[in-house]
Design a protein around this ligand. Structure first.
Ligand code: F6R
Length: 609
């Protein structure tokens, strides 16, 4: 949440900082601001709204070849110009951008007010600027002043600071919130996500918690909170810059939905052993013996990642016969979890930066638990803090509404469950059938995407409906919940996703004639029960849209529309079923004219708890 960007070098900072902020806008988009430094003056432009509003308010570039910028998702203080970053100290010598939350803000603010400081904003970030400014006033260098300020705060902070009196230095620091430095020959960039740096450089350095970096044009130096020098490894950025571009698609979400066959293909490459009926997850190799001894598995994550965890829990229990549950990371973290040595904990997060998920994984590790990770973002906190794991390689996901990451995360749980199943009692032939089904997924996903027109037509019909229900059974219960989440998130339609079995315990009361209901009815062991649920819905006049086998006459007669799914192995139906629901939500939001990639009140990467 919140994007931060900085530049130091020979070019005009304004353009570079704005271009980085645009790539970070998915992290927050209620206001934006930039500070540059030239002729010993901090030059400031801030505006409420998207970055385009800032460009409109400040059509002329701010002068300077060093600058910092911020795109905000408000936490402390409302959405107003005075609360926009960058924030300056009261002497206007230092400016900072900050991503995170200062938990001891009240105490620090009271102390500084008692010392005569008048704050201009309601933010916690201005306190940080004031603390750094005070350090500079006492004669400290910027690196030292930032280090001292970071030692005083409790909470999370990814920051970049600029000192009016030192035009050759940026200082960045990290406690909890990600900070990445990009290296050029005689210039450097700094941002809260490698994505912002990709057009400029493929060499980057990821700060670890408690590190502070002095960044010059073309070099940097890192220390820790105790002032000890830290050696940092320069890493290569793998993705191509154009992967984060929208191309000919109207929205990133649509592009990312259509990227799924390719994302799943890439995610699977080299990881299937069809002849052995198993999977090969490189990251797990060094832990094979430990995995063999595992007695329980707990997947955990938040939001869409929690739903992928729930699909994984079903697959792991059903096929590998390993007791497995999925937990909401936010709850797991705070309820004094019982951590067992024979349990494998698997954190799932697209961004790898979700605060609740990181907090749960730290708590489990603290208690001696073995934690693996499934994430999309290379070098993310989750990847760095788990003992082992796997990248889903879905490519950058820019739309706030997650789509390809969901299916790629489910795929990762499929690969893990297949491996576990083959280590236990799944036969080679059963394993081969599953592995083959996974291998065929990209082509089958293409067939699901051919239903875009039908989904659009249904969305046009029901876009503004006051409620939509999604039902499934077995592994598709979480997919139904995911379908409802997509619709709520971008089309602002109240929706619920649940097991068809749960309807009669209450939610069926919501059904009235003409009400849209999505039903997931793959031709597997859940079909008979789903048929029963379809009858209950039909009897109450619901308009039923079913994702089902086109040849299933009984389903066809019971429902109003069928979105056909190709024949498939039961274990992969959650991945196929997700697609029409994503398309329905997308076209509903488009029909209603909403800002699809930037839904209100949200941001990607929820780095606050
Ligand atoms: C919904 C969505 C969110 C995220 C959740 C966790 O479309 O994107 O529900 O899934 O905030 O994010 P990650 O996966 O980055 O931990």
């Amino acid at each position: 949440m919140c994007g931060i960007m900085g530049y130091i070098g020979g070019q005009q900072a304004w353009d570079i900082v704005l271009s980085g902020l645009k790539r970070l806008e998915y992290r927050g988009y209620d206001s934006a601001g930039v500070v540059t430094l030239s002729e010993r003056k901090l030059r400031l432009a801030r505006q409420v709204g998207h970055i385009s509003a800032l460009e409109k308010a400040q059509p002329e570039p701010l002068a300077g070849s060093i600058g910092i910028g911020h795109t905000r998702w408000a936490t402390h203080g409302g959405v107003s110009v005075k609360n926009c970053h960058p924030h300056r100290d009261s002497s206007e010598r230092v400016a900072i951008v900050h991503n995170g939350i200062i938990d001891n803000m009240e105490a620090l603010r009271a102390q500084l007010c008692a010392e005569g400081v008048t704050f201009r904003s309601e933010t916690d970030s201005e306190i940080l600027a004031e603390l750094v400014g005070r350090g500079l006033a006492r004669g400290l260098a910027l690196l030292e002043a930032v280090r001292e300020a970071m030692r005083q705060i409790e909470g999370t902070a990814g920051i970049v600071a600029i000192d009016r009196d030192d035009p050759e230095l940026l200082v960045a620091a990290r406690i909890g919130s990600p900070v990445v430095i990009g290296l050029g020959d005689d210039e450097c960039w700094v941002a809260s996500d490698p994505l912002a740096l990709r057009p400029f450089t493929d060499r980057m350095v990821i700060l670890d918690d408690g590190e502070i970096a002095a960044i010059f044009a073309g070099s940097f130096r890192t220390v820790d909170l105790d002032q000890r020098d830290r050696d940092k490894r320069v890493e290569k950025i793998l993705h191509q810059p154009e992967e984060a571009e929208r191309g000919d698609y109207e929205h990133f979400m649509l592009k990312e939905i259509h990227e799924q066959p390719r994302a799943i293909d890439r995610s699977m490459r080299g990881r299937l052993d069809v002849s052995m009926g198993s999977s090969i997850l490189g990251g797990l190799k060094s832990h094979e013996q430990q995995l063999f001894d595992v007695k329980n598995v707990v997947f955990f994550g938040c939001g869409t990642s929690l739903y992928s965890a729930q699909v994984g829990a079903y697959l792991m229990s059903r096929y590998a016969r390993v007791p497995c549950v999925a937990e909401d990371a936010a709850e797991l973290a705070v309820r004094n979890p019982i951590v067992e040595r024979s349990t494998l904990y698997v954190a799932i997060s697209q961004s790898g930066e979700t605060a609740d998920t990181l907090s749960a994984l730290r708590e489990i590790r603290q208690r001696g638990g073995l934690v693996a990770g499934i994430t999309n973002v290379v070098g993310s906190s989750l990847a760095r803090e788990t003992a082992f794991g796997t990248y889903v390689h879905a490519g950058p996901e820019i739309s706030v509404c997650s789509t390809k990451a969901f299916t790629a995360q489910v795929l990762a749980t499929e690969l893990l469950s297949l491996r576990f199943a083959r280590m236990r009692d799944l036969s080679a032939s059963e394993g081969r059938a599953w592995a083959l089904a996974l291998q065929e997924l990209p082509d089958k996903l293409k067939l699901m995407l051919e239903q875009a027109g039908a989904c659009e037509e249904l969305a046009r019909r029901f876009a503004g409906h006051r409620f939509t229900m999604f039902v499934g059974r077995g592994a598709n219960v979480p997919v139904a919940a995911e379908g409802a989440l997509k619709l709520k998130e971008i089309a602002y339609v109240p929706a619920e996703g649940m097991s068809g079995a749960a309807m009669k315990h209450g939610p069926l009361a919501l059904i009235e004639p003409g009400m849209p209901v999505w039903a997931l009815v793959p031709p597997d062991e859940t079909r008979e029960r789903m048929i029963g649920n379809l009858r209950e819905l039909k009897a109450r006049g619901a308009f039923i849209m079913a994702v089902a086998d086109l040849g299933d006459k009984e389903v066809r007669e019971l429902v109003d529309r069928v979105i056909p799914m190709p024949s498939h192995h039961a274990a992969v139906s959650p991945i196929l079923n997700a697609v029409p629901l994503q398309l329905f939500a997308y076209y509903s939001a488009r029909h209603l004219g909403y800002d699809i990639d930037k839904p209100r009140n949200l941001a990607k990467s929820v780095t606050v708890m």
